[in-house]
Write a protein that binds this ligand. Structure first.
Ligand SMILES: Nc1ncnc2c1ncn2[C@@H]1O[C@H](COP(=O)(O)OP(=O)(O)OP(=O)(O)O)[C@@H](O)[C@H]1O
Ligand SMILES: [Mg+2]
Length: 344
């Protein structure tokens, strides 16, 4: 009978990576069933029209507003986030489920007590019976298969859209962590600012992101390509094309890349020497969508001087790690953020 055994109830529990760009939802026993842009379309009254990819269909329609509820990894619009999560949770679990789920939600490390309370409240409003929070780097490390419980120091660098989070983990806890608001969105912005300044051509974020994925690199490549970019002339507004080289795009990204290198170095410098030695010996692991930036691993290897591994399927490490906490709740509960920190 539905809901009479612990297993059946837990069977509908959810792990959520509520990211700046992407929300992933994992349903216990089924895997990742939602992988959607973190977007909603709302009407003038603030009611939900659509969530995720469906929201794009309302772009430009009178009376519809496209909202991104998560900024820099934290909930910026409570109502929009709650409606988005509710829509995704229903889609993930199916309408027929009778029990309210337990939710494990990943949040950036070092978020304030208020930000944490907001995300828990979003979960409860969206219909959860219990909301647990896990720090993203811890979830990313678990999801990447790193031995978080062991005494050996392991360094995870989660590069998402809004934030880059670096955490040194040992003995099941975070020994040193840093976070900066330089990640994929900053890379896109650097590319579009450079095009505007250098080539007097204006492009939208989608074009800048496409250039990032297809041409940009963080480290010189043996053979470097060029690409044609279409935008609007900054003065006349007329459509115009320019050809840009991979080297020039890398140069445009330089300040952002240096910020990422610096935060990794700073985390290692701040770490207890024994754990930093472990990282120098075994290397660090890159997770998050921006870990896919071409040559980022090589750049960090070169500039930080440690071996670098890109996790398998880096975009889903955080949700996979949060999912492990659902599956092995009793064993992994000590890794979750205690709710009493709400008051802190
Ligand atoms: N092949 C690629 N090359 C470079 N960047 C990529 C690639 N694929 C995805 N990205 C970038 O990854 C970012 C999204 O990653 P992810 O889904 O991990 O972010 P998020 O979890 O939503 O953000 P955050 O963790 O900061 O809240 C976007 O900025 C996207 O442009
Ligand atoms: Mg993320």
């Amino acid at each position: 009978m539905v809901g009479t055994t612990r297993g059946a109830v837990l069977g509908r529990d959810l792990a959520v990576d509520l990211g700046t760009a992407t929300t992933l939802v994992y349903v216990r026993g089924r895997g990742v069933v939602i992988d959607e842009p973190s977007l909603v379309a709302l009407d003038d009254a603030g009611d939900l029209l659509a969530a995720g990819r469906q929201a794009f269909r309302f772009a430009g329609r009178p009376g519809a507003h496209i909202v991104a509820p998560v900024h820099d990894g934290v909930v910026a619009d409570f109502d929009a986030a709650e409606q988005m999560l509710h829509r995704f949770a229903v889609a993930a679990r199916g309408r027929r489920s009778l029990t309210r789920p337990r939710l494990v939600v990943a949040m950036p490390s070092g978020v304030t007590a208020v930000e944490q309370r907001v995300v828990r409240e979003v979960g409860y409003q969206a219909g959860a019976r219990q909301v647990e929070v896990i720090e993203e780097p811890m979830a990313a490390a678990i999801g990447a298969g790193l031995p978080v419980h062991e005494p050996t120091g392991t360094l995870v660098v989660d590069l998402g859209c809004g934030t880059t989070e670096v955490a040194l983990i040992a003995h099941g806890s975070v020994a040193a962590a840093r976070s900066i608001r330089t990640a994929g969105a900053a890379f896109d912005h650097a590319i579009s600012s450079w095009l505007a300044g250098e080539h007097r051509i204006l492009v939208d974020q989608t074009t800048a992101e496409l250039l990032k994925r297809t041409l940009a690199s963080a480290y010189p490549l043996p053979t470097e390509a060029s690409a044609e970019v279409t935008g609007r002339d900054a003065e006349s507004g007329a459509e115009r094309r320019v050809v840009v080289s991979a080297g020039a795009v890398r140069h445009a990204l330089e300040d952002s890349l240096r910020a990422v290198v610096d935060v990794v170095r700073a985390t290692l410098d701040q770490a207890p020497p024994r754990l930093a030695r472990d990282v120098r010996a075994h290397g660090l692991v890159l997770t998050g969508g921006s870990a896919l930036l071409t040559g980022l691993d090589e750049r960090l290897r070169h500039d930080v001087g440690v071996p670098v591994h890109v996790a398998h399927d880096p975009r889903s490490c955080v949700v996979t790690g949060a999912a492990r906490c659902i599956e092995q709740y009793a064993a992994l509960q000590p890794l979750l953020v205690p709710e009493r920190r709400r008051a802190g």
